[in-house]
Design a protein around this ligand. Structure first.
Ligand code: GLN
Length: 507
């Protein structure tokens, strides 16, 4: 059965906010339209399966509160008051289970809200539900979720990327106008690229990690996902900013990203230097991806930007360093899943240790176990200096590469991912092939700088992402470039790329 989508679900978050705040539509209507859309396209054999849990009741209750504020003539709680959103299932929520895509947390109901969740609530944003992800955010396809794969709305035989495939797919399937992801090595940006949407990894420390189930704490960063650059900026300002509950939170004013996005959409880029990173985009990148990237450079040039080539020689070692640092932190962070404190307990065994071992054996998936073992090995005595210590040195060198590059260019650009979305099943048994997805996104996490992916164009009918990277706390220029690029592309192509996603038909 084909499902004609209600007009409301096709609108941007900015448009929805305007309509809700002016009283033209209610937040309840908008929220219900998205819940209906989820019911129509998310379930069944061939459904998108972006959601692990739908919280209709709590979403509608939040929508009613927003409507009451507006009816009473109060100021909206935020520029997004009443606009619903989908939340990656790695942020704790007191009114919905939080699983991080893992069997070991099946049905776990957290006793507290993450800071991101609390800020969404304070902003009047109804949370539609929790989105699917690779287990504990390890993966690039959502195939490592313990709860089944999410399908790419552009082609449902293909993956939506990962680990935040559910958050990205919910946008492309018009199940939510906004979503939230986390990015440790690319988990916001690569799914954005694969679904023709916008995803932002803020500067490390800009979005609180309090209540975010840790993958690798020195790399993890929450961020906004949307269908337009302006929508991402609106959400960025809701969730970003200092939080004393996160010891790595930056105590500085948030860059004015909404203003930057609005300016960018109307202005040109004259005088701006855009650096093309020589090491990101050559060998290993599909010809169709390179073609879309080259076309993007020409578009940036037409907008007045000066294109310069920069070299970041140590990026070559980023992947190797990441796959030592991340597993090391994972092996330590995931020790808390011990069958005693949270979630699953397999009560077979004669000792606490046996119960722990049996629980972890049954509760954790193969990719998570692989990384715990890698990390435990890398940190073990006698190997620490050779592996973890070396990787930390590479991390420093990558930071220096960025510093040099940003001395020559205001932003850096590259393709977001080396390929277009690949078929479900193609890489799931080949960890190295899976890891290569993040070739271009990992360096920003290692250095803590900011990155955005936005739709560049199509290759073989599938979306390709353009990555824009900016220095730490340089989000304003990143949003300005993104918005200018988006406006030019939409003008040239007679509308947004996302309008071309096939109507998703439920099974
Ligand atoms: N795909 C990368 C990994 O598997 C990135 C994950 C992430 O950003 N959370 O580690």
């Amino acid at each position: 059965m084909s499902t004609p989508s209600s007009g409301l679900v096709r609108l941007t978050a900015a448009e929805l906010a305007q309509k809700i705040h002016s009283g033209e539509v209610s937040s309840v209507e908008v929220t219900q339209a998205h819940l209906d859309r989820i019911a129509a396209v998310d379930g069944g054999e061939q459904g998108v399966h972006a959601f692990l849990h739908v919280g209709a009741e709590s979403a509608l209750a939040a929508a009613e509160l927003a409507d009451a504020r507006i009816a009473a003539g109060e100021q909206p709680a935020s520029p997004l008051d009443g606009v619903p959103l989908a939340l990656k299932d790695v942020f704790t929520t007191t009114d919905m289970p939080t699983t991080a895509g893992s069997r070991i947390l099946e049905g776990w109901q957290p006793p507290y809200d993450s800071t991101v969740t609390a800020r969404l609530r304070a902003a009047g944003i109804p949370v539609l539900g929790k989105t699917n992800m690779d287990e504990f955010a390890m993966g690039s396809s959502t195939e490592h979720s313990a709860y089944g794969v999410t399908r790419n709305p552009w082609d449902r035989t293909r993956v939506p990327g990962g680990s935040g495939g559910g958050s990205a797919a919910s946008l492309a399937a018009f199940e939510a106008p906004l979503s939230i992801g986390t990015d440790t090595g690319g988990s916001i940006r690569q799914p954005a690229a694969f679904t023709g949407t916008v995803g932002v990894k803020p500067t490390y420390g800009q979005v609180s990690r309090y209540g975010l189930i840790a993958c690798a704490s020195s790399l993890d960063q929450g961020g906004p996902c949307a269908r337009t650059v302006l929508d991402a900026a609106l959400l960025h300002e809701v969730i970003g900013g200092h939080d004393e509950r996160d010891s790595t939170s930056i105590d500085r004013e948030l860059p004015a990203v909404v203003e930057a996005a609005r300016q960018g959409a109307t202005g040109d880029l004259t005088g701006l230097r855009v650096g093309v990173v020589r090491e990101l985009g050559g060998e290993g990148y599909q010809p169709g991806v390179r073609a879309a990237f080259d076309a993007s450079l020409r578009r940036l040039e037409k907008l007045g930007a000066e294109i310069v080539e920069v070299s970041c020689p140590n990026f070559e070692y980023a992947m190797a360093a990441y796959y030592l640092i991340l597993p090391s932190e994972v092996s330590s962070n995931l020790a808390r899943f011990d069958a005693m404190r949270y979630g699953l307990r397999v009560a077979e065994g004669r000792s606490a240790e046996e119960v722990m071992a049996n629980t972890r054996e049954q509760g954790l998936g193969p990719e998570v176990k692989r990384r715990i073992m890698l990390g435990t090995y890398a940190l073990s005595s006698g190997y620490y200096d050779a592996y973890y210590g070396q990787a930390q040195k590479v991390r420093t060198l990558i930071g220096r590469d960025f510093a040099n590059a940003f001395a020559q260019a205001d932003v850096l650009v590259s393709p977001t991912a080396p390929t277009v979305p690949f078929p479900i099943g193609e890489k799931v048994d080949d960890p190295l092939a899976m890891y290569l997805n993040d070739l271009a996104t990992i360096p920003t996490n290692l250095a803590g700088v900011a990155g955005m992916s936005l739709p560049a164009g199509l290759s073989e009918g599938l979306p390709v992402g353009l990555q824009v990277m900016a220095p730490a706390l340089g989000e304003a220029v990143m949003y300005r470039v993104g918005a200018a690029f988006e406006a030019a592309r939409d003008a040239d192509e007679g509308g947004p790329l996302i309008a071309r996603v096939p109507e998703v038909v439920s099974a």
